[in-house]
Design a protein around this ligand. Structure first.
Ligand SMILES: Cc1cc2nc3c(=O)[nH]c(=O)nc-3n(C[C@H](O)[C@H](O)[C@H](O)COP(=O)(O)OP(=O)(O)OC[C@H]3O[C@@H](n4cnc5c(N)ncnc54)[C@H](O)[C@@H]3O)c2cc1C
Ligand SMILES: Nc1ncnc2c1ncn2[C@@H]1O[C@H](COP(=O)(O)OP(=O)(O)OP(=O)(O)O)[C@@H](O)[C@H]1O
Length: 490
């Protein structure tokens, strides 16, 4: 086996060829390149506190699709994706031994401790085996080295201050062009089979026709989605007006799952927006996609600044809150059986599809932490399990924010479930889509079935406490909105 100057590119959340610095660097420095993906058994174990499966069926399906897509792309570039099952540190050690003269192992840096532990172990293996390590930064819009804060400890704790600073003092770097060809694999190296969901102790999810994210994983699908949302439909030009939607595919970009696995680069999205603004239109909506991508950057840099405090009960503010750990309340929330239709609809959408809108996420998180008073990590770990777009920094950062112990300058922010339901689902269509037991209640009354007369409920075939639960909590402020419903039952 000829293996001089072989570089192993260890891929994790960077499953793309476009704007991928790792491949560019390897292409310049190697004779042979081994693009490697490892199915790490730790990703299929339980979550830290509540032992939920760490990778649920929807994300796993998306990951398997992304891996197959990347393999196809690489095959078209006279390369291939080498797939192994095992811990990256063990697989890398084995490959170094097998190939004989690997010069370097290269990977993109991550920021949270589980990933950093892997990086440390890979570095230890390389040091023992006298192989060099090369790392890049490539997951954010603004490069870590371009932040205007001298040291990460000076990162502002308020998003707006962060945003204004980077917008005025930093530049988004150009994207790396997509390589036409990639240096070949050393001959004789087994490509390795892509495992099935069953082999990773997970089930195949059902496909729900109501899904707001009926898309597949992989770079090709990500690029096709951007083309559709920007160039084919101009949906990006109305994003700011539609982004709080609940039903359908085009109310928001749906880039998050691809971003989380690195199938699309935020820098590529940014430069496409700039091109769109030059060639079509520049407005509040086109800017707002960048504004939201900056939230993603922000949470990543917050994780760098605060380390494991991102995961701790007291949060970034080190604040003691008497969180409850009531499993009965948690299960009602998780199963969409709280008796609060707007919450239940969102939780069922998540369970059935692996996706929930941003509006929904903010509400169910506020409900869990502020109305039920449950340990915020119960919510974060359920999201980690179920979300297709789970991104450790965005997920835990947003949960801390919702729990009031993260980066929210406003004290005691709490959503009013009835007001939110009426504002964002004003005719109740979203609730009826996901809570079929309430289908017989017409209009906005579906948000507050407990306020309806026995006759109205019986007419709608709803029996509270039997076919649908009575609310497990009632917040006094909900009453203010009960009488403001626009459409009534009959
Ligand atoms: C409790 C909670 C948990 C969340 N967990 C995740 C998560 O695990 N992964 C994740 O990507 N997003 C998470 N979000 C943020 C947001 O809800 C999703 O990014 C968004 O709904 C995904 O849909 P989209 O791609 O169509 O978003 P769009 O509205 O089209 O936004 C464009 C992009 O901006 C970024 N973005 C938008 N809002 C946020 C935000 N609040 N925080 C960080 N980035 C944002 C995402 O990358 C998104 O793809 C969470 C929000 C909450 C309130
Ligand atoms: N990528 C990740 N996804 C989910 N959780 C993560 C991730 N990285 C780190 N964590 C969580 O961060 C926490 C880190 O735990 P760890 O034991 O390493 O540190 P610690 O609790 O701060 O240290 P100590 O054990 O010394 O008190 C755990 O809750 C772990 O699950």
């Amino acid at each position: 086996m000829s293996t001089s100057r072989t570089i192993i590119c260890l891929l994790r959340n960077d499953l793309r060829l476009h704007d991928n610095e790792l491949f560019h660097w390897a292409q310049r420095n190697a004779e042979y390149i081994v693009p490697l993906y490892c199915f790490d058994p730790r990703h299929y174990a339980g979550t830290y506190n509540y032992n939920l499966p760490k990778t649920g069926p929807f994300r796993l399906r998306f990951l398997l699709e992304s891996i197959r897509d990347l393999r196809n792309t690489l095959l078209n570039k006279s390369s291939n994706l080498v797939v192994r099952r095992g811990k990256p540190e063990d697989v890398v050690a084995e490959l170094i031994k097998q190939l004989g003269s690997v010069s370097t192992v290269a990977f993109h840096e991550e920021v949270t401790s589980e990933e950093l532990n892997v990086e440390k172990k890979v570095k230890d293996v390389c040091a023992q085996m006298k192989v060099k390590v090369h790392t890049c930064w490539g997951s954010t819009l603004y490069h870590r080295d371009d932040l205007p804060f001298h040291h990460i400890s000076r990162l502002p704790d308020v998003y707006t201050q962060f945003r204004k600073a980077v917008e005025t003092q930093s530049m988004v770097r150009p994207a790396f062009p997509t390589l036409e060809q990639l240096k070949p694999l050393p001959s004789g190296l087994e490509e390795g089979a892509v495992p099935t969901a069953q082999e990773l102790q997970q089930t195949e999810p059902l496909t729900d026709p109501r899904s707001a994210f009926p898309c597949s994983g992989g770079e090709s699908q990500a690029l096709a989605r951007l083309k559709h949302y920007f160039w084919d439909t101009d949906a990006v030009a109305t994003y700011k007006e539609t982004r709080n939607g609940l039903i359908g595919v085009n109310y928001s970009t749906k880039f998050a799952p691809w971003l989380a696995m690195g199938c699309i680069s935020p820098r590529y999205i940014y430069h496409q927006i700039k091109q769109y603004e030059r060639e079509r239109t520049a407005n509040q909506s086109t800017y707002w996609v960048i504004f939201e991508l900056l939230w993603r950057d922000y949470f990543k840099f917050v994780a760098v600044k605060y380390g494991n405090r991102l995961f701790q009960l007291k949060g970034l503010q080190d604040k003691s809150v008497p969180w409850k750990k009531d499993m009965k309340l948690f299960n009602a929330w998780k199963d969409g059986r709280t008796g609060v239709p707007f919450v239940d609809a969102n939780m069922r959408e998540l369970a059935m599809t692996g996706f929930m809108s941003n509006r929904g996420r903010q509400n169910v998180a506020s409900f869990l932490t502020k109305d039920l008073g449950l340990d915020w990590r119960m919510g974060a770990e359920l999201f980690e399990y179920l979300l297709i777009d789970h991104d450790v920094c965005s997920n835990y950062g947003n949960w801390l924010y919702s729990a009031g112990i993260g980066n929210d300058p406003r004290e005691n922010r709490k959503f009013n479930m009835i007001k939110q339901g009426l504002d964002y689902d004003n005719n109740g269509d979203y609730v009826r889509q996901w809570v079929p037991e309430l289908q017989g209640i017409r209009g906005a009354d579906v948000h507050t079935p407990w306020t309806l007369s026995t006759a109205a409920l019986s007419h709608a075939h709803v029996s509270l406490g039997e076919t649908y639960p009575t609310p497990i909590v009632m917040a006094p402020e909900w009453n203010r909105h009960v009488n403001k419903k626009s459409v009534s039952v009959f």
